[in-house]
Design a protein around this ligand. Structure first.
Ligand code: SAH
Length: 244
C-alpha cells in the first residue's frame, strides 16, 4: 500500500510551491490533479509518472467528490507514492479534509502538505495586504459559492459589519448578490472592494471599485477570481508592484 500526499500547489505562480511539495512531486508515481494547479508543475514529475485529471471546469465537477476519494484510494493500492495536488492550500475550500478522512478509514497513510492559499497571496500580488496596522486587525475567508439570498444561510452576514477584511472565494458568479447583501447589512455603497482574476499568473487582472459599481466593472473577468472587501483595498495605490 502506498502513501498519499495531499499537497497544496499554491495559487498559480509555480515558484510559490513549497520545497516539500516540489520534492514529493518529483518522487510521485502518480499525480492526481485539478484545474487550479499550474500545469507547469506536472513537468517536475519523474519519467513514467502517471497523471490523473479530476478537476473542475468552471464550477462543474468532472467527477463528484466521492468518486475523487475513490480514485485516490485505488491509486494508493497500486502505487507507492501518490500525490493529490490541489490549488492553493488543500484545506482552504479544497475538500482535503474529506479526502484525508476517506483514506484514514481505509487504513491508507497520508501526509498533508499545506500550500500558499490564494486567499492571501492573490491579494498580495495585487498590492493588497489582508491586514494593516490601523486599517484592519483581522480578515475572514468566506465561500462566495452560496447565494446570500439562500434561506438558512450558513454565512453569518450580520457579523460582517466589523471592519475585517473579507475575502470571498468562488464568488464571481454571485458578485452582485454579495455586494448588495453587504450594502443591505449597512456597509456604505462606496466601500472599497476589488476583484482579482488569475492572480499571481501572467494573466492576472485586478479591478478596483466600490460595492455599488464592482459588478459592472468586473463582469468580464475570467475565473478563477476572488473578491476582496475592505479599506485595505485602498493600499494598492501605494503597494501595487506586480507587473506581468
Ligand atoms: N484551496 C484553494 C481554494 C479553492 S476554492 C486555495 O487555498 O487557494 C477555488 C477558488 O479560489 C476560486 O473560485 C477563486 O475564488 C480562488 N482562486 C484560486 N486561485 C486563484 C487565482 N490564481 N486567482 C484568483 N482567485 C483564485
Amino acid at each position: 500500500m502506498g502513501k498519499v500526499y495531499l499537497t497544496g500547489a499554491g495559487p498559480g505562480d509555480v515558484e510559490l510551491l513549497t520545497l516539500k511539495a516540489h520534492r514529493v512531486i518529483g518522487e510521485a508515481d502518480v499525480i492526481i490533479y485539478d484545474r487550479l494547479a499550474n500545469p507547469e508543475i506536472l513537468e517536475m514529475a519523474k519519467d513514467g509518472c502517471e497523471f490523473v485529471y479530476v478537476g473542475k471546469e468552471d464550477g462543474r465537477h468532472t467527477l463528484p467528490q466521492d468518486e475523487i476519494n475513490e480514485v485516490i484510494y485505488q491509486n494508493a493500492l497500486k502505487h507507492e507514492i501518490v500525490v493529490r495536488l490541489k490549488g492553493g492550500d488543500p484545506f482552504v475550500f479544497g475538500r482535503g479534509g474529506e479526502e484525508g478522512a476517506y483514506l484514514k478509514e481505509r487504513g491508507i497513510s497520508f501526509e498533508i502538505i499545506p500550500g500558499i492559499t490564494s486567499a492571501i497571496s492573490v491579494p498580495a500580488y495585487a498590492g493588497i495586504p489582508v491586514t494593516h496596522r490601523g486599517v484592519a486587525v483581522s480578515f475572514r475567508v468566506v465561500t462566495g459559492h452560496e447565494s446570500p439570498n439562500k434561506k438558512e444561510s450558513q454565512i453569518p452576514w450580520e457579523n460582517f459589519r466589523t471592519n475585517d477584511t473579507i475575502i470571498f472565494l468562488m464568488g464571481l458568479h454571485n458578485l452582485e448578490k454579495i455586494s448588495s447583501k453587504l450594502i443591505e447589512i449597512g456597509k456604505p455603497k462606496d466601500f472599497p472592494c476589488a476583484v482579482i482574476s488569475k492572480g499571481t499568473t501572467k494573466e492576472q487582472q485586478v479591478v478596483v471599485g466600490t460595492l455599488e459599481n464592482i459588478k459592472e466593472k468586473a463582469k468580464e473577468l475570467p475565473t478563477p477570481a476572488l473578491i476582496v472587501v475592505g479599506e485595505v483595498v485602498k493600499l494598492r495605490e501605494q503597494l501595487e508592484w506586480f507587473n506581468q
